[in-house]
Write a protein that binds this ligand. Structure first.
Ligand code: TYD
Length: 135
């Protein structure tokens, strides 16, 4: 599965911490879009989709949440609970996000502008699609 959890450098001193994220360095794609998810209740599970070509890096910049990942062959759960950790997710990975703590903010850097045509929102369609692509 093409997912990677990367520790970003923290620039910390007595004033607090700062993390810098630069395109072409830690982020292996052009950052065309940034979006963030907040005010998600603890009992909510969201996502339930994969992308045909979009690549993303997820940061839980406040609080914590869990990401369920599935590439059609294996599944993984990754707890994002550090603001300096980035989770790289490539295309054709089904994702669900859950177990958000109070105040959790999930920030996502994306390689493309929003395009609903790039989404696969039906799990069986996702499985059929990856099987076809990987033939
Ligand atoms: P949705 O895809 O349902 O969120 P999740 O990541 O939990 O699956 O997106 C929620 C709404 O936001 C939906 O109406 C589409 C819209 N949206 C945008 O307009 N731009 C974006 O970049 C994203 C990610 C979503």
């Amino acid at each position: 599965m093409e997912v990677k959890l990367v520790n970003f450098q923290q620039h910390g001193d007595e004033r607090g911490h700062l993390v810098a994220v630069e395109e072409g360095k830690e982020i292996p794609f052009t950052i065309k879009r940034v979006y963030y998810i907040y005010d998600t209740a603890k009992n909510v599970r969201r996502g339930y989709h994969a992308h045909k070509s979009l690549h993303q890096v997820l940061f839980c910049v406040n609080g914590a949440c869990t990401i369920h990942l599935d590439d059609g062959e294996e599944c993984k759960e990754v707890r994002l609970d550090k603001p300096y950790e980035g989770l790289y997710i490539d295309n054709l990975t089904w994702r669900e996000m859950y177990d958000f703590t109070d105040g959790a903010v999930l920030m996502v850097l994306a390689s493309e502008l929003y395009n609903e045509d790039d989404y696969i929102r039906n799990y069986q369609e996702f499985i059929d699609y990856v099987r076809e692509v990987r033939k």
